[in-house]
Ligand binder design. Structure first.
Ligand SMILES: C[S@@+](CC[C@H](N)C(=O)[O-])C[C@H]1O[C@@H](n2cnc3c(N)ncnc32)[C@H](O)[C@@H]1O
Length: 267
């Protein structure tokens, strides 16, 4: 069988066990090897000792960083994912901390400070309320050491809306034994939207595709930049370079990197 495997740990999901239901967003939005390499490149340019992944999903990124010798906390609101990440870290022979909690309550879930916070693979726009997004970004600021880096990876909503696609459109799909078609649907005001994953398997021909819906709050780049600036973050000067490499090709992801100014910064 040739399931789409997760990067590095090579975890495979069995359609018949319905395990994929809990991981479908990871499978579609999770980092591929190229994105992970780019993240590694970004991190090698900045001295990171402690990292927090606030919505770790399948944990591949957190495990990847822990394997680089970073002191990593993998957090997610979903306890089943956290248990799985813990097991995967043991199997991968790396040590990391896990924390189960909602990133909207970051300050009560994570009581340390770190050099790097990651909010990857569209997790921020899963907070569908604007006040929640803003409040979460504020807590991220406070959880960062001065000089610490925040990396947000999101779906490229600007591109999606610029392309004037119809309000319901197929944005990507791939062929494997577990076929996933991804659709994006939005309302007229553009702030209510959802991703819809239609999943089918060649082993269940004739069965209607399973449909899983994830509501999102599309976040536009200018909006995010403004929130970050209002909160005191400074954009990373060479972010365009990183961003460019993320949005090249057919990937729909975009990255924003910003830092909490350090005591000795004179930017
Ligand atoms: C696409 S996955 C993240 C993938 C992962 N960050 C990566 O890079 O591969 C989205 C994750 O966000 C988590 N999530 C959604 N809302 C959350 C919240 N409010 N607090 C913490 N985790 C959340 C989900 O449980 C899911 O595991």
């Amino acid at each position: 069988m040739t399931w789409k495997s997760f990067y590095k740990t090579g975890e495979k999901l069995d359609y018949h066990s319905f395990e994929w239901r809990n991981h479908i967003d990871d499978m579609v939005f999770g980092p591929d090897s190229r994105e992970s390499e780019q993240l590694k490149e970004l991190l090698t340019r900045y001295p990171v000792q402690t990292a927090l992944d606030v919505a770790c999903g399948n944990g591949d990124t957190a495990i990847f960083l822990a394997a680089m010798g970073k002191n990593v906390t993998a957090m997610d609101q979903d306890i089943s994912r956290i248990k799985r990440v813990h097991l995967k870290s043991i199997l991968a022979g790396v040590q990391l901390e896990t924390a189960c909690g909602d990133m909207r309550d970051l300050s009560s879930v994570y009581r340390h400070k770190c050099n790097l916070i990651m909010c990857l693979q569209n997790s921020l726009s899963r907070l569908i309320d604007e006040a929640d997004i803003w409040g979460t970004l504020a807590q991220m600021y406070l959880a960062l050491e001065p000089g610490g880096l925040l990396v947000i990876q999101m779906f490229d909503y600007d591109r999606l809306f610029q392309e004037k696609r119809p309000s319901f459109s197929e944005i990507c799909g791939y062929n494997s034994e577990l076929g996933v078609k991804t659709f994006f649907e939005y309302e007229r005001n553009k702030s209510n939207a959802k991703f819809i994953f239609e999943v089918s398997s060649q082993y269940s021909a004739g069965r209607k595709a399973d449909r899983i819906v994830f509501p999102v709050r599309p976040i536009f780049q200018k909006e995010l930049d403004m929130w970050l600036a209002e909160l005191g973050f400074r954009k990373l000067d060479n972010c365009e370079e990183v961003k460019g490499s993320y949005i090249s090709g057919e990937t729909w992801q975009t990255v924003t990197a910003a830092f909490r100014p350090g005591v000795t910064d004179n930017h």
